[in-house]
Ligand binder design. Structure first.
Ligand code: NAD
Length: 436
C-alpha cells in the first residue's frame, strides 16, 4: 500500500519505518527541514534501539522516503497517518492545532478518496472535528480513523512489530477492511485488532496511560510509606505482584513518572473530565503525588546535608526519562537538576544517550561528563535518576576511589542493600532500609 506519515517524531518515524518493513511504500513528511535533511542523508534523528537496521534497509530498498513536501507525500497515498504533537495547551487540555492544521492542509491537497488515520493521542471528539474539517474544505470523501499508538520508547520497534493489540476506531466498513489488511502482518501471533467507535478508541489511549500512571504513583506512595514503617518495598512489591489480578509489571517505585506522554495525558484527561463536570479525583491526586515524587531525592539530599547544600557538588547518573531512549521530556532528572541548582549546589551529569537533549536545556549551567566515572569527580554525592543497565553493575572499586564520601541517593533502587553495607556506602534508595 502507498502510505504517507505526517510527523517524524518517536511515533511517526517508527510507524513509517515499520510499515515500510512489511512491504508498504512509505513517505514520511515533517516541517522540520534539518530533520528531513538528516534522514535523507541516512541519519537517524533519534535514538531508538533496533530502528537503525530497519531504517537503513527500507531506505536502500526505496520503500522509505522523506520529504518536507506535504503535497508530494499525500498525492498517491491511500492511507495518511498523522503522528503529530498534542502538547498540553496553557489550560492543560491537549493542543489540537497541529492535528487540525494538518487536516486542513491535507484537505486542500487531496484529489481522491483517502483514509486519514490519527496516531496522536487526542481528546474524545477529535475524529469528529477532523471529519468536519474535511467536509468544510473539500468535496472528496475521506474516512477518519482513530488508531492510538501504544508503543513504548526504548522498545518501540518491537512494540510496533508485535503489538499487544491494535485499536482502531472507525465505523466505516471500507476503512476497517483496508486497516485490517495493513495490520495483518503485525498480529500474526493472534494478538487482537480491536474495532470500536472513534470516541471509545480515543478514550482508550488516555485511560491506558492514566491507569499506568496511577499504578506507578500507587507504588511510589507504598514505597514512601515503607520508609516510614520500616518495611521493604521490594518484598511488598513481590508479594503484591504474585497476585495475577495485580501482575508483576509496573510495580517498581521510583522518582515519579515523566516522559512526553504520561504527564500530559493524565493532565488532558483531568481537563476533559472537568469540562464535562466530572471530578476525576484519583487522577488529580496522581498528578499531585507525582509532582512531589519528582524531587523526593533532593529532599533526602537536603536532609542529609543538614538543610544546606549551597556550595555542594552533585553527580547525576541518568537524564532520560527512562532507559534506552534519548528522550528527556518531563524527565525527573530535569526537576532534580533544577532543584539542586536552586538550592545553590553545582551539578555534573552523565547519560548514555540523553546528553545532547539536556545540553539544549541547561546549557553551561551544569557540567557534562563523558562517562559514568568521570562525572563523580569532586562530587559530595551521587544521585541516580535513570535505570540504564550500564549503571547496574559498576566498578565499585573505581567509583569508591573517586567519590571519597561514598554517598549515593538512588531513585531507581539499582543496588542490593547487602552489597552497599559490604562496601561501606551511605545508601538512600526508595522504599527500602537506609544504609548508613
Ligand atoms: P514528537 O514531538 O517526537 O514528533 C512530532 C513530529 O511532528 C516532529 O518531528 C515535528 O517536527 C513534526 N511536526 C509538527 N508539525 C508538523 C506538521 N504540520 N507537518 C509535519 N510534521 C510536523 O512527538 P511523538 O513523541 O512522536 O508523539 C506524537 C503523538 O503520539 C503525540 O500525540 C503523543 O502523545 C503520541 N504518542 C507518543 C508516544 C511516545 O512514546 N513518544 C507513544 C504513544 C503515543
Amino acid at each position: 500500500m502507498k502510505i504517507a506519515v505526517i510527523g517524524t517524531g518517536y511515533v511517526g518515524l517508527v510507524t513509517g519505518t515499520c510499515l515500510a518493513e512489511t512491504g508498504n511504500d512509505v513517505t514520511c513528511v515533517d516541517i522540520n527541514v534539518a530533520k528531513i535533511q538528516k534522514m535523507q542523508a541516512g541519519e537517524l534523528p533519534i535514538y531508538e534501539p533496533g530502528l537503525d537496521l530497519l531504517f537503513h534497509r527500507n531506505i536502500s530498498q526505496k520503500r522509505l522516503t522523506f520529504t518536507t513536501d506535504l503535497a508530494l507525500a499525500v498525492k498517491d497515498a491511500q492511507i495518511i497517518f498523522m503522528a503529530l504533537p498534542t502538547p498540553p495547551g496553557g489550560d492543560g487540555a491537549a493542543d489540537l492545532s497541529y492535528i487540525l492544521g494538518a487536516a486542513k492542509d491535507i484537505a486542500h491537497l487531496i484529489t481522491d478518496y483517502k483514509i486519514i488515520v490519527n496516531k496522536s493521542t487526542v481528546p474524545v471528539g477529535t475524529a469528529d472535528k477532523v471529519s468536519a474539517i474535511f467536509k468544510t474544505y473539500t468535496d472528496i470523501k475521506v474516512d477518519v480513523v482513530s488508531n492510538p499508538e501504544f508503543l513504548r520508547e526504548g522498545v518501540a520497534v518491537d512494540d510496533f512489530m508485535k503489538p499487544d493489540r491494535v485499536v482502531l476506531g472507525t465505523t466505516s466498513e471500507h476503512a476497517k477492511k483496508i486497516m485490517t489488511e495493513l495490520y495483518a502482518p503485525y498480529v500474526r501471533q493472534g494478538n487482537p485488532i480491536l474495532f470500536m467507535d472513534e470516541r471509545s478508541s480515543e478514550l482508550t489511549k488516555y485511560a491506558a496511560n492514566s491507569f499506568l500512571a496511577t499504578k506507578i504513583t500507587f507504588m511510589n506512595e507504598i514505597a514512601n510509606l515503607c520508609e516510614l514503617l520500616g518495611a521493604d518495598v521490594d518484598a511488598v512489591r513481590k508479594g503484591m505482584g504474585s497476585d495475577e489480578r495485580i501482575g508483576k509489571r509496573f510495580l517498581f517505585p521510583g522518582i515519579g513518572y515523566g516522559g512526553s506522554c504520561f504527564p500530559k495525558d493524565v493532565q488532558a484527561l483531568v481537563k476533559a473530565s472537568d469540562e464535562n463536570v466530572y471530578d476525576f479525583k484519583i487522577l488529580k491526586s496522581v498528578m499531585e503525588v507525582n509532582e512531589l515524587q519528582k524531587t523526593i531525592l533532593v529532599d533526602k539530599v537536603i536532609t542529609y546535608f543538614n538543610q544546606n547544600i549551597s556550595g555542594k557538588h552533585f553527580a547525576i547518573w541518568g537524564l532520560a526519562f527512562k532507559p534506552e531512549t534519548d528522550d528527556v521530556r518531563e524527565a525527573p532528572a530535569l526537576y532534580i537538576i533544577k532543584a539542586l541548582l536552586d538550592n545553590g549546589a553545582s551539578v555534573s551529569v552523565f547519560d548514555p544517550e540523553g546528553m545532547e537533549n539536556v545540553k539544549s536545556i541547561f546549557e553551561d549551567k551544569i557540567n557534562y561528563a563523558t562517562d559514568q566515572y568521570s562525572v563523580l569527580e569532586g562530587a559530595n554525592a551521587l544521585l541516580i535518576a535513570t535505570e540504564w543497565s550500564v549503571f547496574r553493575n559498576p566498578d565499585f572499586e573505581k567509583m569508591s576511589a573517586i567519590i571519597a564520601d561514598r554517598v549515593i541517593f538512588d531513585g531507581r533502587n539499582l543496588f542490593e542493600l547487602a552489597k552497599m553495607i559490604e562496601l561501606g556506602y551511605y545508601y538512600n534508595s526508595i522504599g527500602r532500609a537506609l544504609i548508613e
